[in-house]
Write a protein that binds this ligand. Structure first.
Ligand code: FES
Length: 165
């Protein structure tokens, strides 16, 4: 009787061992198939960019009447400061030349909130770590009279655009 019991226990243990091996084998194959499937999906998605390119570097500032001479208009959402004088309209980039934070207007010019760079009212560096002055951007006018600033076109400091009204 004892031999019979041992034999049954041995068979049961063997069956349990085999089913564990089967499970591990199936799990291994399933993992490999899933990894290959995700790889193929990833490769198929490569040609399609996930980030849309910036369609235009030009920002619409508004009509010339919105910028009377002697005013300064901050446009942080457009990363531009519009300076209007008797000579015309100028646009200064608000992107800090250190690591790209948006600078804020102060009484004496501009200051970066990230690492403390200071710029004068012409955008020249007064205190680092910014390596160079703020960029002056080319200003133009759309056919409908709207002033445009081109973030891709830099002009000499103090360049102003005489807008037609
Ligand atoms: S990003 Fe402006 S000082 Fe560092």
């Amino acid at each position: 009787m004892s031999d019979e019991l041992e034999r049954v226990e041995s068979e049961r243990a063997e069956l349990a061992e085999i089913s564990r091996y089967d499970f591990l084998g199936i799990a291994g194959v399933a993992s490999a198939v899933a990894a290959m499937a995700f790889s193929v999906i990833g490769m198929l998605r490569l040609p399609k960019p996930r980030v849309l390119p910036d369609v235009s570097s030009t920002v619409r500032l508004g009509k010339p009447a919105e910028f009377p001479p002697g005013t300064t208009a901050m446009r942080p959402h457009q990363k531009v400061c519009v300076i209007s004088t008797d000579e015309g309209i100028s646009a200064v980039s608000l992107v800090c030349t250190h690591l790209g934070c948006i600078v804020k207007l102060t009484e004496s010019g501009f200051e970066c909130p990230c690492h403390g760079s200071k710029f004068d009212d012409k955008g020249e560096v007064l205190a680092g770590p910014a390596p160079r002055a703020l960029r002056w951007l080319a200003v133009s006018q759309a056919p409908d009279g709207t002033l445009l600033a081109d973030r891709a076109k830099e002009t000499a400091p103090d360049t102003s655009y005489k807008a037609s009204t």
